[in-house]
Write a new protein. Structure first.
Length: 121
């Protein structure tokens, strides 16, 4: 199951399609969540709809990136398990939640991360 682009402006998740686009987002956004996932990973597949739904509950912009084509980004951002959500502040990693091997992530983990990040305001 691949993530589908939003059909209207109500949706809050934006798919990052290139490393250049990722760099531009990190340079221009003060705060954002980025979900790093792999399309082949069943835990990522299960979490995509949860991420999209929970993204509507935050004021921060939410992005997602299929990191399969960019393995060097796994090293750069220390992504060892899919899915992983990283909260960036002015391009710097300030909070994160990593999936657990064989388990992935769940809704409460993302909601807890959102709460922690909102406390940073």
């Amino acid at each position: 199951m691949k993530w589908k682009e939003p059909q209207n402006n109500i949706e809050k998740c934006t798919l990052i399609k290139s490393e250049q686009e990722l760099e531009k987002i990190l340079q221009t956004k003060d705060h954002c969540f980025i979900l790093f996932y792999a399309a082949w990973c069943p835990f990522s597949q299960r979490f995509l709809s949860i991420y999209e739904r929970c993204a509507k509950e935050t004021d921060y912009e939410c992005f997602l990136m299929d990191i399969d084509d960019y393995p060097h980004l796994c090293d750069r951002y220390a992504v060892e398990v899919y899915p992983t959500i990283i909260f960036f502040e002015k391009g710097n990693i300030v909070e994160r939640v990593d999936g657990l091997r064989g388990i992935g992530l769940n809704e409460s983990q993302f909601k807890d991360l959102i709460k922690v990040c909102h406390l940073r305001k």
